[in-house]
Design a protein around this ligand. Structure first.
Ligand SMILES: Nc1nc2c(ncn2[C@@H]2O[C@H](COP(=O)(O)OP(=O)(O)OP(=O)(O)O)[C@@H](O)[C@H]2O)c(=O)[nH]1
Ligand SMILES: [Zn+2]
Length: 197
């Protein structure tokens, strides 16, 4: 989502009290009484949890990648950050998506602090999404901002909407990838990346 669309979403944002009331409505819909003692604080907790689950809407992924280092002694090999824990939610059922992301790039003079790669994953994961879109967004943003010689992103995750409900299939993982630049065009670089995973 670009910043213009993001602002539109934000300007229509309900108040915290309205969000809590919506949670109480869902609790009544489930068949319970939101005013009973055990549930009295639940609406507030759920809204605070939503702030965590969806904090990616408040962040600008391009800003995260702004601080780069150029003093690398001409380092020109693949940089790969593996096994980045990924916590997201599907946009169809608001159910958790739990998995891992692997992010690689081949620098073109500039490198970025490795924590920023993990932060970039989080920005897109902490929004409502589907895995294909999240994978593409992570890769495309890296390519656009750092302009490296190539980018590769692989995400493997389990979708709770397939385990807790619906088709009820446990232990199924979905793998998605986006390869750009040399990772797409040069089989040796692609193989090197895949063998490092
Ligand atoms: N491609 C893709 N599909 C997803 C992702 N997350 C959830 N889905 C799927 O989105 C689909 C939504 O399908 P619908 O038929 O509209 O919804 P539904 O009736 O709840 O579907 P079931 O899950 O089959 O019960 C389901 O097949 C989900 O498995 C994702 O990240 N990528
Ligand atoms: Zn889903």
């Amino acid at each position: 989502m670009n910043s213009f669309k993001l602002n539109l979403v934000q300007s229509g944002r309900p108040s915290r009290e309205e969000a809590e009331e919506a949670v109480r409505t869902l609790l009544r819909w489930a068949g319970d009484d939101p005013s009973r003692e055990g549930l009295r604080g639940t609406a507030g907790r759920v809204v605070r949890a939503y702030q965590e689950y969806f904090h990616g809407y408040q962040e600008n992924p391009e800003e995260i990648l702004q601080s780069t280092f150029e003093d690398t002694d001409d380092y020109d090999e693949v940089v790969i950050l593996k096994d980045i824990a990924l916590e997201s939610h599907c946009e169809h059922h608001l159910a958790p998506i739990i998995g891992k992301a692997h992010v690689a790039y081949l620098p073109n003079n500039r490198v970025v602090g490795i924590s920023k790669l993990a932060r970039l994953v989080d920005v897109y994961a902490k929004r409502l999404t589907i895995q294909e879109k999240m994978t593409a967004q992570i890769a495309d943003t890296l390519q656009r901002v750092l302009a490296p010689r190539g980018v590769a992103v692989v995400v493997t995750a389990e979708h709770q909407c397939m385990t807790m409900r619906g088709v009820h299939k446990r232990g199924v993982t979905l793998t998605t990838s986006r390869l750009l630049g040399v990772f797409r065009d040069d089989p040796r670089t692609r193989d090197e990346f895949l063998s490092m995973l």
